[in-house]
Design a protein around this ligand. Structure first.
Ligand SMILES: Cc1cc2nc3c(=O)[nH]c(=O)nc-3n(C[C@H](O)[C@H](O)[C@H](O)COP(=O)(O)O)c2cc1C
Length: 626
């Protein structure tokens, strides 16, 4: 594990920064662009600041021939070389075609290599482009940037290298004795223009520590700029390399930027609203949300009441408030009342909110949060049967009023479907149960940022088996993940533990089976998959991992066990997450909402007759919020 466990107190940001975190203007890099004495910098820095997955390596400059002591996962993934194969070696092996080549490939520009050598000898920064090769022999263009790191006594102790790899098409013929990729077409030869003067480094550059001629930025600012493109794990690794790097990686603005790159601006914005998050610091928050070392269950007793008593309601978080709508009362009475629980208050209590024009009562519907303080309600089962209407409510309006959104071509009326929101503005609805118990497998999107929102079915070539009671979670900005539910299998219906994902940023999105029992194309999951279930809860963590909990599970399995999956891994694997504290006793029929990005509030759970809404359980993912 890369996180430096000895540095806990240092990383905790005890000496709280008094300065307000700068208001983000999209890039959020103000701290790096500020010159002493104010004013902008006289060069275009935007290009350098684009966050993109980069290779990142560190070498030990005190050892002969600069051996690698760290490579990040992007480096491993792109080059095909695993860390254990390359640590201890000089990085020049990338200039040789494949692991068995003895010599630098003749197409590698010797002028660039000589310039690297010169920069290393003179202890200055290098930036330039040169040809490299993957382990399988295929060529890659590498925009390489190297920055020396000085120790306390002005000697260079480490060099960090950052690699932006791009594809290059060269007809090099097959790699002797290997199953290398098919050679590219001859016509593509040299399509990528390998610049002979691909060196940006400038001989006249100021060499001294503290000033870098090229940018007139200090080494520290430059290093921070490079570091800000890495992942939280990389930064943690870099910080454990040496004292100087550790000092560099303590920068709160750097951590905020790294968190924003890794988790997206929406998530970082939400995390900023967490009381105490500022005190905890971004570095600590990143660490706790990555390692989940501080995750714990705790019980929350809240005041007020949700009356009359009900089940099958729907709840969601709006900032630090939990909102509950509708549900099924006694004698299957569909309810249409709205309750709010403000978890920011000292003594949180359920409050019945008087809202004008309430939608018809219902259960088995979904409630989601969009555009900051707006709630969107879809579908469910009402007095007259199934519904497909959409209502929105601005919770912060002076006179909160439910407003119906009429839209053409809505999805079929349904209940027990699942919903999530994308980009904070789009409602996604999938599956559920239609008239006469027919299960659905469609996916619809409603863009609520439009003046007249229009439903759009997402056309896909293949759909997972139709289902109800599943969950839909968003990760990596525009990807959705479907888990579990009661799924159709021929004439039968089974609880499912299948995971499907779809990337909605693709031109033609399609469902992919990630892991599951018997799905076509499914990899056999390593690890411990959660027993099949429906009516469970799923929580998306910053960075993309999904936590699954509760639900209706067959047999004697414990549904209160927490399972975690990282869909961004090459081969996603379920793991059990053991956290201290007492989970909810009754583990199905829950509803959950994530408040402030770090608190999963679990409501309800069936005791048999009563639904307990005054005793909530909270799975806190970071230690900041108590
Ligand atoms: C931190 C660091 C990162 C480097 N990354 C690369 C790289 O990604 N690709 C590459 O071809 N060379 C890379 N190099 C350069 C080579 O390791 C080597 O220094 C260069 O080929 C010049 O030395 P040589 O003439 O002895 O091979 C890197 C060097 C350092 C210090």
């Amino acid at each position: 594990m890369e996180w430096d466990s000895n540095s806990e107190s240092d990383l905790s940001g005890d000496e709280e920064e008094e300065e307000e975190v700068e208001e983000e203007s999209g890039e959020g890099l103000g701290f790096m662009l500020r010159k002493r004495g104010g004013g902008g910098l006289p060069f275009p820095v935007d290009r350098l600041l684009q966050p993109s997955p980069c290779g990142f390596v560190v070498t030990d400059a005190l050892e002969p021939d600069n051996p690698l002591i760290y490579v990040n996962s992007v480096f491993e993934m792109v080059t095909g070389y695993r860390a254990e194969e390359v640590l201890g070696r000089n990085c020049r092996f990338l200039q040789c075609r494949g692991p068995f080549a003895k010599r630098r490939h003749p197409l590698v520009n010797p002028t660039v290599v000589a310039e690297i050598r010169r920069c290393l000898e003179e202890g200055i920064e290098f930036e330039g482009e040169l040809l490299n090769f993957r382990k399988d022999g295929s060529p890659l263009m590498n925009r390489l940037r190297m920055t020396p790191i000085y120790g306390d006594d002005e000697t260079i102790t480490h060099i960090i290298g950052i690699q932006v790899f791009t594809e290059v098409t060269l007809d090099l013929g097959p790699l002797p004795g290997s199953l290398a990729k098919e050679p590219a077409r001859a016509s593509d030869r040299f399509r990528f223009n390998i610049s002979l003067s691909g060196v940006v480094s400038d001989g006249s550059r100021n060499i001294g520590r503290g000033v870098c001629g090229i940018m007139q930025l200090s080494d520290e600012v430059l290093a921070l700029k490079i570091l800000s493109r890495l992942t939280p794990r990389d930064i943690a690794s870099v910080g454990s390399v040496c004292r100087r790097l550790y000092e560099l990686t303590k920068n709160e603005d750097l951590w905020r930027m790294v968190c924003q790159n890794a988790w997206g601006s929406e998530t970082t914005r939400v995390l900023e609203t967490v009381p105490g998050a500022k005190r905890l610091g971004w570095g600590r928050l990143a660490r706790e949300l990555t390692t989940l070392e501080a995750a714990a269950w705790r019980k929350l007793t809240v005041g007020g009441a949700v009356e009359p008593s009900r089940c099958n309601f729907s709840a969601c978080a709006v900032g630090n408030r939990v909102v509950l709508f509708g549900g099924e009362g006694v004698n299957m009475q569909p309810m249409n009342d709205t309750f709010v629980l403000d978890l920011n208050s000292t003594n949180p209590e359920w409050q019945h909110v008087k809202v004008s024009s309430p939608p018809p009562g219902r259960w088995g519907h979904t409630l989601s949060c969009v555009n900051g303080s707006n709630l969107v309600l879809f579908g469910g089962c009402g007095r007259q049967g199934l519904l497909n209407d959409v209502f929105v409510l601005d919770l912060d309006a002076k006179h909160p009023t439910w407003r119906e959104i009429s839209s053409l071509a809505p999805p079929l009326p349904r209940s027990w479907h699942s919903s999530c929101t994308l980009d904070g503005t789009k409602l996604i609805v999938s599956g559920g149960c239609a008239d006469s118990g027919v299960l659905l497998s469609d996916t619809f999107l409603l863009d609520l940022s439009m003046e007249k929102p229009v439903w759009r079915e997402i056309p896909v070539a293949w759909t997972p088996p139709s289902r109800l009671g599943h969950t839909l979670s968003v990760y990596g900005g525009r990807k959705i993940l479907m888990f579990g539910g009661l799924a159709k299998s021929g004439p039968l219906r089974f609880r499912s533990s299948d995971v499907f994902t779809m990337d909605l940023s693709e031109e033609e999105p399609g469902w992919r089976c990630v892991t599951g029992s018997g799905m076509p194309g499914a990899g056999n999951p390593g690890g411990i998959a959660p027993p099949p279930r429906l009516d469970h809860v799923a929580v998306s963590l910053p960075g993309g991992r999904i936590l699954v909990f509760g639900g209706s599970v067959a047999g004697l399995h414990s549904a209160s066990q927490l399972y975690i999956l990282d869909p961004t891994e090459e081969k996603p694997t379920w793991r059990i997450l053991n956290v201290p504290g007492r989970p909810p006793r009754f583990a199905w029929g829950h509803s959950t909402c994530v408040v402030g990005g770090t608190r999963a509030i679990v409501l309800g759970g069936q005791t048999g007759e009563e639904w307990m809404l005054s005793e909530l359980h909270e799975l806190s993912l970071a230690s900041s919020v108590i």
